[in-house]
Design a protein around this ligand. Structure first.
Ligand code: UTP
Length: 231
């Protein structure tokens, strides 16, 4: 199966903001197993804590939102380089920087890594656009929460949803910020792309990435985005 896996940048760092080498090595092992099982992978890595650090410093120094976005894009690419290093020969050796480039590298039978693409979106949009471009059969979004909740998961009584449709997701996330570094689970571009191409998508907790193996075997994990066949 051809799969796009989005790894939230926060998953690569520990609470102190240090690079979590143990975690990255574990991820590399899971990716090796997934590829060994015959799946093709494009992995999009997010910006995490260092992106937010750079963005907030640049904003304080008077940067435009576009400049802040570019910092996030570059940090996400650097994070992708870390996973690329851990994967060695299994990965295409250059982090892909455009959808054009993705179309040519996907034919090389290597794991393809991406970070950010363009200002005005998050790496969730990159993952959705990548999935659409390569006709991925699945988009797996590994984040640091268990899935989509009916409201802010920190609020008392918040319930994790097993399934959501695109309109519900749009509604739940409508209060999220859209400035650089502020996107939550999904951004408006990601929601639109996943909706228009009806991309089978799962949002799940990536702290234990072996969930990917279980998901690919058909197990129900996290929250699935469901699409109406006639909409
Ligand atoms: P993300 O917000 O996607 O990082 O990118 P993340 O770590 O994956 O976020 P979580 O963990 O899923 O919440 C960091 C920032 O980089 C810029 C945006 O400002 C974004 O907030 N960015 C990223 C872009 O402008 N364009 C892109 O294509 C990607």
């Amino acid at each position: 199966m051809r799969v796009v896996l989005k790894l939230g940048g926060s998953l690569l760092y520990n609470g102190k903001g240090e690079i979590n080498l143990v975690r990255i090595r574990k991820y590399s092992k899971v990716v090796t197993d997934v590829v060994g099982n015959g799946h093709e992978l494009v992995i999009v890595v997010g910006g995490g804590k260092p992106a937010r650090l750079f963005i907030s410093a640049a904003r304080d120094l008077g940067a435009t939102e576009t400049q802040c976005d570019w910092l996030g894009i570059k940090v996400a690419r650097n994070n992708a380089e870390l996973l690329c290093a851990a994967l060695g020969n299994l990965a295409y050796p250059k982090v892909v920087e455009s959808l054009d480039e993705l179309e040519t590298t996907i034919a090389q039978e290597k794991v393809v890594l991406m970070g950010g693409l363009n200002p005005g979106q998050s790496t969730n949009a990159v993952a959705a656009l990548a999935a659409e471009s390569v006709r991925a059969e699945m988009l797996l979004n590994a984040t640091n929460v268990d899935g989509v909740y009916d409201r802010n998961p920190k609020e008392a009584g918040a319930v994790k949803l097993d399934e959501v449709n695109v309109d519900q997701l749009d509604n739940i996330l409508s209060g999220s910020g859209t400035r650089a570094g502020e996107y939550k689970l999904f951004d408006p571009v990601a929601i639109r792309v996943v909706g228009r191409s009806k991309i089978p998508t799962v949002i799940f907790n990536g702290n234990d990435l072996t969930a990917v193996i279980r998901l690919l075997k058909g197990e129900k994990v996290g929250t699935r985005i469901v699409h109406h066949p006639n909409k």
